[in-house]
Design a protein around this ligand. Structure first.
Ligand SMILES: N[C@H]1[C@H](O)[C@@H](Sc2ccccc2)[C@@H]2OC[C@H]1O2
Length: 328
């Protein structure tokens, strides 16, 4: 089988939401290739947390089965988190269906999830080894769906301020230009991870970034890179400053932003378009803009939605590889 759902950006492209059906109930969800739990807002949450959200009601699903004694508790890179109980139900994403998918019903969620009323949970699409369910770890929707998918793949077609799509089981060649370029991924940490040991800015010379790694993370809004990339890139942008007040690099909204070229797995170069690196104005005057490329310490970079806006991405769970091509 296969399935396709629209991926709709929240205001400002903060995250992309897509509908899934769980036991007959539709929930708009944040698809996250950087984690591996499918958890949902539920009627088991305090009423105040449920306000404004779609809340899964397990008593209304004839196919829901609780997993006795199972629980989950997850915390994310940005400090947010959720925890609760676990069951199984039929999950259908655009036609791709898993009849006994572990679904994690939140009984508590952090404030940033409550206030984000467009999102009613996450669909984890990283490797199942990162799933937090105890005492028996559960599999992701993609892992469970793979054997019945026409191809063991899912694709992300995320667009700047426009509706894109997530697709399971099929690679739609009308959605990208040229040929897909492939690299093996390193699954050791449970991410869609690859090396990225060189980069260049605009038409500039390649710069080394030894020992550097990156993950493809649809659940991260920006593109987070180490100091070598941040300094190499923003030294080419007139008026770019590290603005502690707003919490990152800003530049004049009128700045002409160069493309960022990053090596992927030593196998190909991915282009992040300069236009996609202009994330948003920092205030109503529209004079100063916040960069979509921001700093992270350490050597594990996070290629989030800013990178996905420039590249159609294929995740191949059959041979643990990943491919990119410019959007069509
Ligand atoms: N993989 C990412 C994940 O999807 C989000 S979870 C999230 C938290 C609050 C609001 C929306 C989403 C979090 O930020 C980066 C990393 O962890």
């Amino acid at each position: 089988g296969k399935g396709t759902v629209a991926a709709t950006p929240e205001q400002g492209d903060v995250e992309y939401l897509a509908p899934i059906n769980i036991g007959g109930q539709t929930m708009n969800m944040d698809f996250d290739s950087g984690s591996s739990d499918l958890w949902i807002f539920s009627t088991k949450l305090p009423a105040a947390s449920q306000t404004g959200h779609q809340n899964f009601d397990s008593t209304k699903s004839t196919s829901f089965k609780a997993i006795t004694g199972a629980s989950f508790s997850i915390s994310y890179g940005d400090g947010s988190g959720a925890a609760g109980m676990v069951g199984t139900d039929t999950v259908n994403i655009g036609g791709a269906t898993v009849t006994s998918q572990a679904i994690e019903l939140a009984t508590t969620v952090s404030a940033s999830f409550v206030s984000d009323t467009n999102s009613n949970g996450l669909v984890g699409l990283a490797y199942s080894k990162l799933n937090t369910v105890k005492p028996t770890q559960q599999k992701t929707f993609f892992d469970n769906a793979m054997p019945s998918l026409a191809q063991p793949v899912f694709t992300a077609d995320l667009r700047k301020a426009a509706v894109g799509s997530y697709e399971f089981g099929n690679i739609d060649s009308t959605k990208f230009n040229g040929s897909l370029q492939w690299t093996a991924v390193n699954t050791t940490q449970g991410f869609w991870q690859f090396s990225s040991t060189k980069f260049s800015v605009g038409t500039g010379a390649a710069m080394a970034n030894p020992g550097n790694q990156a993950i493809a993370d649809t659940g991260t809004t920006l593109m987070l890179a180490n100091a070598a990339v941040i300094n190499g890139y923003y030294s080419q942008v007139q008026g770019a400053v590290n603005n502690a007040t707003v919490g990152g690099v800003t530049f004049p909204c009128a700045a002409k932003l160069p493309d960022l070229n990053v090596d992927v797995g030593g196998n190909f170069n991915a282009v992040v378009r300069g236009d996609d690196i202009n994330f948003a104005p920092v205030d109503a005057t529209g004079q100063t803009c916040f960069g979509g490329l921001q700093a992270i310490s350490g050597n594990l970079q996070i290629f989030g939605d800013i990178m996905f806006k420039s590249n159609f991405v294929v995740f191949n769970g059959g041979n643990n590889s990943l491919a990119m091509a410019p959007h069509g």
